[in-house]
Design a binder for this molecule. Structure first.
Ligand SMILES: [Zn+2]
Length: 307
């Protein structure tokens, strides 16, 4: 039910990147849960997605541009202090295999959720990628690729995306704007990036002054979504960057406590477990040394519900 590989902990220094992507969070969560639950949990390694999978969402022209290291520098917003090509032993475009591998994890999470009820990719969740453009640290829209692939193989028809990352799931909103088979719900910071937001089927914008009502607003949003749409799969985009210890400067508008983050994730997981709707979780945003704990509690809850 858990999808992870030691390869998720990408050696960014080999690419000359110095940025607080919390790429070790999957490993930390997996190790802690393995110690607690032993062989009652199963961890599976994914296979990478193929270029034809990526073409379910992205244009061929865009995928071509990923051969160029400059494109990667732009997507990851690497400034001079964060990128030193002289210390790199590999070019940035070699990160494609890494992203394709973790995107394969999201595809596997969807397959396993549809078969077993609950699954988590301990990474992935690149919800800002547009069909013709990578943005906001997101190269391939693994969530949309996994949904389209599952629909194409008749594994599922109607998917609800519940995105609780600090940032709006704008790529998801754009990709599925005219697609009635996918309902997009995004609860996010009103003040945070992106400045120009897309239209999800349901957007819940939280001002920095409104964090006390976050859980209530999410609860209302889930009820509204379920009145308007009956899913046979839920994609839970469980970004941890609304956590008060997240270090991304741009995510400072929302500072939810660990207790609030736990409550948030339990609310989503428990709601769909109670309804018996299959759910696949991905990690999405989360920056710095402390955010792994948020993912730990969310993944632990998913494991408890699955056992
Ligand atoms: Zn985010």
């Amino acid at each position: 039910m858990l999808i992870h590989s030691p390869r998720y902990n990408t050696p960014l220094h080999e690419f000359g990147i110095n940025k607080p992507f919390a790429l070790d969070r999957g490993t930390r969560v997996q190790q802690k849960l393995a110690a607690e639950f032993g062989d009652r949990i199963t961890t599976i390694e994914p296979n990478p997605i193929t270029v034809s999978d990526a073409l379910l969402v992205h244009t061929a022209e865009y995928l071509q541009t990923l051969r160029n290291p400059t494109t990667w520098r732009e997507i990851f917003e690497l400034n001079e202090a964060e990128y030193d090509p002289t210390s790199a032993s590999r070019p940035l475009n070699e990160l494609f295999d890494d992203i394709a591998f973790k995107s394969g994890g999201t595809m596997l999470a969807v397959e396993l959720a549809l078969r077993k009820g609950l699954a988590a990719n301990l990474g992935g969740g690149y919800h800002h990628a547009f069909p013709s453009e990578g943005r906001g640290f997101c190269v391939l829209h693994d969530i949309a690729i996994a949904i389209r692939s599952a629909q194409k193989r008749d594994l599922c028809r109607r998917c609800l995306v519940v995105d609780v990352d600090f940032h709006q799931g704008d790529g998801t909103a754009l990709i599925f704007r005219d697609d009635d088979s996918v309902f997009t719900l995004s609860i996010h910071s009103a003040e945070g990036w992106p400045e120009v937001k897309q239209h999800s089927d349901l957007d819940i914008e939280i001002l920095s002054s409104e964090t006390a009502s976050y859980i209530e607003r999410l609860e209302d949003g889930l009820k509204t979504a379920l009145k308007r749409f009956s899913p046979d799969l839920v994609m839970f985009v469980a970004g941890s960057d609304a956590y008060e210890l997240d270090v991304l400067p741009g995510s400072a508008y929302l500072k939810l406590s660990l207790a609030q983050m736990k409550k948030r994730d339990e609310l989503v997981l428990d709601t769909f477990a109670r309804l018996g709707v299959p759910l696949a979780m991905v990690y999405a945003g989360g920056y710095g040394p402390d955010v792994w704990e948020v993912h730990y509690f969310a993944t632990r809850r998913l494991v408890e519900l699955a056992l």
